[in-house]
Design a protein around this ligand. Structure first.
Ligand code: ADP
Ligand code: 5GP
Length: 204
């Protein structure tokens, strides 16, 4: 049985997703963070191939045509997408694959992977706190922050579609909750995996 798993994290930009993943990284074992492709410009300090693969619109659309994406969506006016190949390679290597994708991406992956997928929505306790964190992160201009806040008000409506909710008030506590969910995600299996295990169990 594969000990690989699929864990989707969604939540408004500024929710604390990257901070939590970074803080949890030494406690969640063998994992692969899915590096998405995007057509948005890199923020200060972001490196091509580390946070994202930064592509032009033409390059991204070429990849769509070739069927290279497991899922993709338009978020805040830019393309974001998950390339297929590294995900299946990581699963073959029994890794937990962690995705930081939006609610549209979650819906598409849920359709593809069914119950194998574990999903978690992360948000600060209130819209006001989200706003404060986006301003204090100092990585986006005023117009971008406004767009992200408008988007957040829509995204929060999808809360009920997720398996878990982490309210990121105290960062240490939120990280602890995330570690528990990440470790549990390795024990979720697809219907096919469960049936294969049952067969082996009877005949083993
Ligand atoms: P995301 O990856 O979801 O866009 P970030 O991880 O970049 O969000 O977090 C947004 C900002 O909020 C960062 O400046 C981060 O340091 C800060 N932050 C994250 N969690 C907390 C928390 N619990 N309390 C205070 N600040 C936080
Ligand atoms: P940011 O620009 O703040 O890095 O990300 C903006 C939004 O795009 C976030 O909600 C993030 O989860 C989402 N996102 C990042 N990568 C992907 C992806 O590959 N697919 C989808 N559907 N959304 C993504």
């Amino acid at each position: 049985m594969s000990k690989g798993g699929l864990l989707v994290l969604s939540g408004p930009s500024g929710a604390g997703k990257s901070t939590i993943i970074k803080n949890a990284s030494s406690a969640i074992g063998n994992f692969y963070f899915s590096i998405s492709c995007t057509t948005r410009a890199p923020r200060e300090g972001e490196v091509h191939g580390r946070e994202y693969f930064f592509l032009t619109k033409e390059e991204f659309e070429e990849d769509i045509k070739k069927g290279n994406f497991l899922e993709y969506a338009m978020v805040h006016g830019h393309y974001y997408g998950t390339s297929m190949k590294p995900i299946f390679q990581a699963l073959d290597e029994n890794k937990l694959v962690i995705f930081d994708i939006d609610v549209q991406g979650h819906r598409l992956l849920r359709e593809k992977f069914g119950k194998k997928l574990v999903s978690c929505f992360i948000t600060p306790p209130t819209l006001t706190i989200l706003k404060e964190r986006l301003y204090s992160r100092c990585s986006d201009d005023e117009a971008t922050i406004k767009k992200r806040l408008t988007n957040a008000k829509e995204e929060i409506k999808a809360l009920g579609e997720y398996d878990f909710l982490i309210i990121n008030d105290d960062l240490k506590q939120a990280t602890k909750e995330f570690i528990a969910i990440a470790n549990a995600a390795r024990n979720r299996y697809s219907q096919e995996e469960l049936e294969a295990f049952q067969n082996e169990w009877f005949h083993g």
